[in-house]
Ligand binder design. Structure first.
Ligand code: HEM
Ligand SMILES: *[C@@H]1O[C@H](CO)[C@@H](O)[C@H](O)[C@H]1NC(C)=O
Length: 490
């Protein structure tokens, strides 16, 4: 019964689409909308990556596709990316309207906020608070270092081999909580388990075909399909964060912020009723946004890093040698130590390059009519920055398709960062979490590599590096063996 209803709606939407799409003049080339649509109807996620690759090979660096009736332009390669996101930063800094993410965030918060005063005020606030919370000072470092012993103790007791997925999610969730809420949670805490469960379920569903159906076929949005679950989960997390905000309101000492909520409340008080965009509702949206943007992405990056570290013992040993030499008898690594660890730095960046965690960034939109590489792009067009195409561009990397830290080393063995390293995107929408992520990856990886040796289990077969396809890349589940290093200081 439900099947035939869905079929009816799909056919209906299909006809709707057929008659409604019209190509703008001098628009980048691309397949007829129906072709893409047909593709999605088969829901063939296995072949989708390949189908998309064929499109860019056929139509060039800047090509168009239709998301339902909405025209979108895909940017491939460093040149197109820079010309759009950096050179024409204002023209390309918008966000699309009417997509699932908009509805999830109700267009509040930051990620989907349109380019304008609300976004600007909140972004400036995010950058200054993240900075005050010690990206510049010690305290952020302390917060991250404080979480590592809990990861280490679980690894120590992991027996023959461990699937690190949940462990890393808990760790990155806690780091986010320390920044946002000023507290961490034990790994069996209900708040933590519940929220991680909700976040992971949301990512799983929104990574799959249902998001595309949602975007392509607006008429299906009200049916009881799996994407409704994403909305339910979002509301549950929203509620638990609203509780946190109320608790903070009772316990806070104005002017002495311990975390981002306190900072926001101080800022709200300072602004009073000046008509600024700061409000309770925005605050909760904002927390949700950051939690959603920062937890899964960081956890997936760590997961991918350990997949490569475990299966590249030569790289692992070279890092361990460098780490041992630089740290000597020192009790703990600090973020400053990175300057004396070029190889380890290169390894971490190379991990992020191959992890390719946010392959299509977050979609942008044009804020006015504009031109790009000879094509006309009208205001309001969806812009899809293909970060994968830059992170693996053959003209930009020494070893575009291998895992090789030399991609980030010059002939003297010094660490260098090529321009095409943009896992956090580029321009005014650049991920504001970059500084935190940098510090988190460095401290966690260095501390764990110093203490443990990671081995690929003998019975695990050939490693499969192809990530699960979706809006965020995550490695296929794997297990790793963990041994204490004998030379370890601790
Ligand atoms: C490895 C981890 C991460 C990766 C790969 C990543 C990547 C990205 C990318 C590609 C974007 C889209 C930029 C664009 O629209 O062009 C983005 C946006 C964003 N990220 Fe991250 N991110 C990570 C972690 C974090 C963390 C830890 C936080 C929070 C502290 C965060 C907060 C945000 C926010 C708020 C936005 C929206 C910015 C805006 O629209 O102005 N991200 N991120
Ligand atoms: C993005 O670029 C990669 C690498 O060039 C390609 O395989 C993929 O299909 C592209 N994605 C889209 C949506 O064009």
């Amino acid at each position: 019964m439900l099947g035939s209803v869905i079929l009816f709606w799909i056919s209906f939407s299909f006809l709707f689409l057929l008659f409604r799409t019209k190509r703008p003049k001098n628009f980048p080339p691309g397949p007829r909308p129906i072709q893409i649509f047909g593709n999605l109807l088969q829901l063939n996620l296995e072949s989708l990556p390949n189908d998309l690759k064929k499109l860019s090979e056929r139509y060039g660096k800047v090509y168009s596709i239709y998301l339902g009736r909405k025209p979108a332009v895909v940017l491939n390669g460093l040149q197109a990316m820079k010309e759009a996101l950096v050179t024409q930063s204002v023209e390309f800094a918008g966000r699309p309207k009417g997509l699932m993410l908009n509805h999830l965030t109700k267009d509040t918060g930051k990620t989907m906020a349109k380019h304008g005063p609300v976004w600007k005020e909140h972004r400036r606030f995010a950058l200054t608070t993240l900075w005050n919370f010690g990206l510049g000072k010690r305290s952020m470092e302390g917060r991250i270092l404080g979480e590592i012993p809990y990861i280490a103790s679980q690894l120590e007791n992991s027996g023959k081999a461990i699937d690190p997925q949940i462990l890393f999610h808990k760790a990155t969730f806690n780091v986010m909580c320390m920044v946002l809420l000023g507290t961490r949670f034990t790994h069996d805490d209900e708040f933590l388990q519940q929220n991680i469960h909700l976040l992971r379920e949301m990512s799983r569903i929104s990574n799959g075909p249902w998001t595309m159906i949602y975007e392509m076929l607006p008429l299906l949005r009200y049916l009881p399909l799996p994407f409704q679950k994403v909305f339910q989960n979002m509301n549950m997390i929203r509620k638990s964060l609203a509780d946190q905000v109320s608790q903070h309101k009772e316990s806070r000492v104005p002017g002495e912020p311990r975390d981002l909520i306190n900072c926001y409340l101080d800022e709200m008080e300072k602004r009073g009723d000046d008509g600024s965009s700061f409000s309770d509702y925005q605050l909760v949206s904002y927390l949700l946004d950051i939690l959603f943007a920062g937890t899964d992405t960081s956890a997936n990056t760590l997961l991918s890093a350990f997949l490569y570290i475990t299966t590249h013992p030569d790289v692992q040993e070279r890092c361990q040698k460098e780490i041992d030499e630089v740290l000597g008898e020192k009790e703990q690594a600090t973020f400053e130590d990175r300057h004396r660890m070029p190889y380890t730095q290169a390894m971490i960046h190379e991990n992020q390059r191959v992890a390719d965690t946010a392959p299509l960034a977050v979609f942008h939109a044009t804020t006015k009519d504009t031109r790009l590489m000879g094509y006309d792009i009208p205001k309001g067009t969806i812009i899809i920055p293909n970060l994968t195409s830059v992170l693996s561009e053959e003209s930009q990397w020494k070893f575009p398709h291998d895992f090789n830290p030399s991609n980030f080393l010059n002939d003297e063995g010094q660490f260098v960062k090529p321009e095409a390293f943009m896992p956090f995107s580029a321009g005014p929408r650049l991920c504001p979490g970059e500084g935190l992520v940098r510090m988190e990856l460095f401290l966690i990886l260095v501390t764990l590599l110093r203490r443990f040796k990671f081995v690929w289990p003998g019975d695990a077969g050939v490693p499969d590096y192809t990530p699960i396809f979706g809006a965020n890349h995550t490695p296929k589940p794997y297990r790793m063996g963990v041994r204490l290093r004998s030379s370890s200081v601790q």
